[in-house]
Structures are given as C-alpha cells and as structure tokens.
Design a binder for this molecule. Structure first.
Ligand code: SF4
Ligand code: SF4
Ligand code: SF4
Length: 247
C-alpha cells in the first residue's frame, strides 16, 4: 500500500509552527516511515505538486496568496490549518485595526504602491478546511495526535473545553486572584495551560471555545476590579479577525 503524501505550506507567518514539527526529532523519524513528504520548504529543497494531505501554516494577507491557497485545496484530499495564523488569523490580524493604506505606508514607505495588502483572514475564509491544529505555536503532542488520527482514517479530536480545565489540573493559583487578566475561561484548551503556568495570562491564541460563556467571563473581570476593555485588548492580540465574537 502506498504511503500518504504529505506537504507543508507557509503563507504569512513566522514559520514557527513548521519549526515545531521539525523539532519532533525521534517522533519525526518514526513519522517519515509512515508518510512520504512531498514538500516541506523549511526542511528540504525537493518539492512536488502530488500530495494527499496539506498542512497549511500562515494567514492570508495579500490577494496573491488567495489563488495559491485555492490551488493547494484543489490538489489535496485533506487540508489542515496549522497554527493560530492559519486557524484564526492570529497575530497578523493586528493590522486589521488600521486602514490598509496606512499599513502599506508604514511598512513599505515609498515602495507602498508596489505591495498589495488586504485585511488578514484565516485560511478558512478562503477555502474549506478539514481539520485545525490550534496555537501559537502548535503543541507537538497535538500535532502527533492529529497526524496519527489522519493516518488511521479517524477524525482528530480537538479539545472543546477551556484552558481553565488544564490550568486547574496543574493546580495553578488562578491569575485573577493576583489581579491579572486571563482569557483562559473562554479559550480552547490543548496547550496544557502553559501561559498561566508561567504566570502569564492566556491571550487566546487557540481561539474561543464553541459557545463561550462571555457574560460569566465579564462578571469575573468585574469581580476582580478588571475591565472588559483590558480583556478585549488581550483578545485583539490574536483574535482581531473576530473581534465581534468577544464583544
Ligand atoms: S501561529 Fe505563531 S508560531 Fe505559528 S506561524 Fe503563526 S506566528 Fe508563527
Ligand atoms: S489562571 Fe486563567 S486559565 Fe488558569 S484558572 Fe485562572 S482564569 Fe483559568
Ligand atoms: S494559555 Fe492561552 S495564550 Fe497561552 S498557549 Fe494556551 S491558549 Fe495560547
């Protein structure tokens, strides 16, 4: 039986999620016995347009990226959004707070006219996506779990519960008790609550859970003398493409 052919692609991003895949080391060696890598620019120079599974990293921030993404969709049987830039638009959405012309001028100065830029969007805004691996960057274990499920022809399971569940399992002191803002109650788990564990509030890089209890989160903020605006400003770091979902 032929092995599935897998390709990795990058759009507007720092390519840190692909780097996570490369740091899998021993697990990566095991993985390549089960798949054929068709393209992976960060790891090899050979490339092929013949692939079954496409991992797509990065958000769409230029019109020229739209056609390239559609072509990948046409060629792949399965498309997986890899990391926050691809799944929710991510940190690139910061530019959506400005007029595009202003962004062009700030970034490219006198060359502005030569570069096109559009409001940042996740890849799902352009093509159908089959599965999502969340986070900035992605979690290694979750990448392995999702890939294993795909190789076994099963639907990958992505956590539906909030970061607070993982945070409490780690017996962390809640950051609200320390007067800090945290988006853990409304953010999708799967990162082992890494930020609150190291005393940083969750800023929602894994996106909102389905049906988040926003009014309860806002009450929590109020109870601790924190404001909704403070939470929105944290949310906007990654969630600028879906500001209305938090408001
Ligand atoms: S999700 Fe984060 S780590 Fe991954 S490519 Fe985007 S900015 Fe880089
Ligand atoms: S620190 Fe954040 S993630 Fe942890 S329990 Fe408190 S609100 Fe939830
Ligand atoms: S705690 Fe929040 S911001 Fe930090 S990795 Fe997890 S989801 Fe992302």
């Amino acid at each position: 039986m032929s092995k599935p052919r897998v390709a990795f692609f990058s759009f507007s991003s720092c390519e840190g999620c692909q780097l996570v895949v490369l740091t899998l080391e021993e697990q990566l060696l095991e993985l390549v016995t089960l798949i054929d890598i068709a393209s992976f620019r960060e790891a090899m120079s050979e490339k092929s347009d013949d692939y079954d599974i496409a991992f797509v990293e990065g958000s769409i921030t230029r019109t020229s990226e739209i056609e390239r993404l559609r072509t990948i969709r046409e060629r792949a049987k399965i498309v997986i959004a890899l990391g926050a830039c691809a799944t929710i638009g991510g940190i690139n959405c910061l530019k959506n707070q400005f007029e595009m012309e202003e962004v062009q001028n700030i970034v490219y100065g006198k060359m502005a006219e030569k570069f096109d830029t559009i409001p940042t969007r996740p890849i799902e805004a352009v093509i159908k996506v089959d599965h999502w691996i969340h986070g900035c960057p992605i979690d290694k274990d979750e990448f392995i779990e999702v890939t294993k499920a795909l190789l076994l022809d099963k639907k990958p399971r992505i956590p539906a519960h909030p970061v607070c569940v993982e945070c409490q399992m780690r017996e962390n002191v809640c950051l609200f008790e320390k007067g800090m803002v945290c988006l853990g109650p409304v953010t999708r788990a799967g990162c082992k609550a890494i930020c609150p564990t190291y005393n940083d509030g969750c800023v929602g890089c894994r996106g909102l859970i389905e049906d988040p209890n926003l009014s309860s989160h806002k009450n929590l903020l109020n109870e601790h003398g924190l404001t909704v605006d403070e939470a929105i400003s944290q949310y906007m770091l990654f969630g600028g493409n879906s500001k209305e979902k938090y408001e």
